[in-house]
Ligand binder design. Structure first.
Ligand code: IPM
Ligand code: MG
Length: 350
């Protein structure tokens, strides 16, 4: 198993280090090599996704990413922003299927800002299309038209792009509660009328899975009103970006949530849902559990090793049950620990 490790910026290097320790402790035949992505890559080479990283990422079976970005690079030209590196690697590797689970750990029920009876037992999987939509559509840019500045982006999807992400959602639902909710804005946007039409057509291939449809504004509302009505939600790149942040916050602990971005052959990039948290970078207090759980997703999806994935997930549940908490999930009476100690606790539990 060849893994390309991209620690990235901010807390990225700290949390990735713990995930790498956990992976090593499993004694699997893994080969890991590190490279630069994001702001650190811009600083070193001027390019957020340099050639050397591209080569390594293309040759690897899986990529483990910490996080990219930070205020330092916000004023840089667009092609030199860390986010460009992330969008670049997703597009280049064809990682079109982004899986973002939002699970409420019973030990952390109080972390949510929603009432416990609304979120208890929450287990949603957001399937977000990741290489199309308004994120990548041409034409785009800021130009001058009729003497004033004019901003332009283009939303588009082909039916094959829609069909392949819908299939990922239906397949995932078959391993869960067999319910898919497809999210669009067909009352206004033609592109998403096509999305709905193709969703309905694809749904006929999966008669055992219940398909429903929801407009994105209503979906945003339903997520806070009654989130447990959802099992798998599938949507485009832009809506998925927004709804996945919303869903992760239902759990109150974005520091716990992993994600996978897969190509058609289950090669994947695995990263925590949270960002680079520059405010706490280098302090050794960041929560490494989302990155550690991302390793579990890697083992499950790319390396098809469910047993190893479960070992990691069980170890994480055990440290929570033992009362270990980083600052983001701390409650009075628990044992507050830093990044390294949390990693130690997971290793001990393994
Ligand atoms: C995410 C992030 C990225 C996105 C940014 C950093 C480019 O918000 O992974 O959700 O918009 O996809
Ligand atoms: Mg986002």
């Amino acid at each position: 198993m060849k893994i390309c490790v991209l620690p990235g910026d901010g807390i990225g290097p700290e949390i990735t280090a713990e995930a790498v320790r956990v992976l090593k402790a499993l004694d699997l035949a893994v080969e890991m090599e590190e490279a630069l992505l994001g702001g650190c890559a811009v600083d070193a080479t001027g390019d957020p996704y340099p050639e050397a990283t591209q080569k390594l990422a293309q040759a690897a079976d899986a990529v483990l990413l910490g996080a990219v970005g930070g205020p330092k690079w916000d004023s840089y030209p667009r092609e030199q922003r860390p986010e460009r590196g992330l969008l670049g690697i997703r597009k280049q590797l064809g990682l079109f299927a982004n899986l973002r689970p939002a699970i409420l750990y019973s030990e952390l029920a109080n972390a949510s800002t929603l009432k416990p009876d609304v979120v208890a037992g929450l287990d949603i999987l957001i399937v977000r299309e990741l290489t199309g939509d308004i994120y990548f559509g041409q034409p785009r840019g800021i130009e001058v038209r009729n003497g004033e500045r004019f901003g332009l982006n283009t939303m588009h999807y082909t039916e094959s792009e829609i069909r392949r992400i819908l299939r990922v959602a239906f397949e995932a639902a078959r391993k869960r509660s067999r319910k898919v909710c497809s999210v669009d804005k067909m009352n206004v946007l033609e592109c998403t009328q096509l999305w709905r039409d193709v969703a309905i057509e694809t749904g006929r291939e999966y008669p055992d899975v219940e398909l429903s449809h929801m407009l994105v504004d209503n979906a945003a509302m339903q997520l806070v009103k009654n989130p447990r009505q959802f099992d798998v939600m599938v949507t485009g790149n832009m809506f998925g970006d927004i709804l996945s942040d919303e869903a992760s916050m239902l759990t109150g602990s974005i520091g716990m949530l992993p994600s996978a971005s897969l190509d058609a052959n289950n090669k994947g990039l695995y990263e925590p849902c949270h960002g680079s948290a520059p405010d706490i970078a280098g302090k050794g207090v960041a929560n490494p559990l989302a990155t550690i759980l991302s390793v579990a997703m890697m083992l499950r999806y790319t390396f098809v090793n469910d047993a190893a994935a479960r070992r990691i997930e069980d170890a994480v549940k055990k440290v929570l049950a033992q009362g270990f908490r980083t600052g983001d999930i701390y409650e009075p009476g628990m044992k507050q620990v830093g990044t390294r100690e949390m990693g130690d606790a997971v290793l001990a539990a393994l």
